[in-house]
Write a protein that binds this ligand. Sequence first.
Ligand code: COA
Length: 179
Amino acid sequence: MSERPASQQGVDPGPERPGPVEIRRLSYPDLPQVTAIERRVFPTPWSLAMFVLELSKQSGICLAAVSGERLLGYLICSRYDTVWHVMNVAVDAGQQRRGLASALLGELYQQVGDPHARFTLEVRPSNHVAIHLYERDGFRAAGMRRRYYQDNGEDALVMWRTPATLEGSFDDVPNPRPV
Ligand SMILES: CC(C)(COP(=O)(O)OP(=O)(O)OC[C@H]1O[C@@H](n2cnc3c(N)ncnc32)[C@H](O)[C@@H]1OP(=O)(O)O)[C@@H](O)C(=O)NCCC(=O)NCCS
């Protein structure tokens, strides 16, 4: 991982963005913009209360990608015991494919700052863009949660990024299952 600030990690400013992109901590005043993006990019958006709950957790890491006052994307990660659970990553429509999600994830790994850290997440098997992003970052599919998504009954793919998955094995992944 680069030692440069995430705001300089190869993020293309893009034509819609006047200023440089900064990755900083997500905070309560960001939430109106968060819920607006959430509604634009997800079929079943999180409620405001869900974001408030995540921001209230002392052990979590919540990040914002901003250009000036404008929120472009965000990442919510909770810590459960020794495992970091990436709960939500989103980049606004029109701001995607410019490296923002990669920069948010890169900043997460840097802030966790532990080479032994294990990260996990759930993703819809139909979300090829997100799966591609996570695989590029060292996450590997290690199981399914049946009928996880309530809107359409879709299964969830469970992915892990651990010291082992980064080396090509599942040795430190709990109960890995072929998918
Ligand atoms: C998934 C998402 C967060 C990616 O954000 P992003 O800022 O566009 O991602 P990046 O620009 O960092 O892209 C990183 C990689 O993701 C993949 N990717 C991103 N957009 C892609 C697209 N439209 N088609 C194919 N791959 C894509 C590529 O591997 C890309 O790397 P590359 O550009 O070098 O090929 C964004 O598309 C999004 O918000 N989608 C809606 C919400 C969502 O599905 N969140 C994830 C829930 S698990």
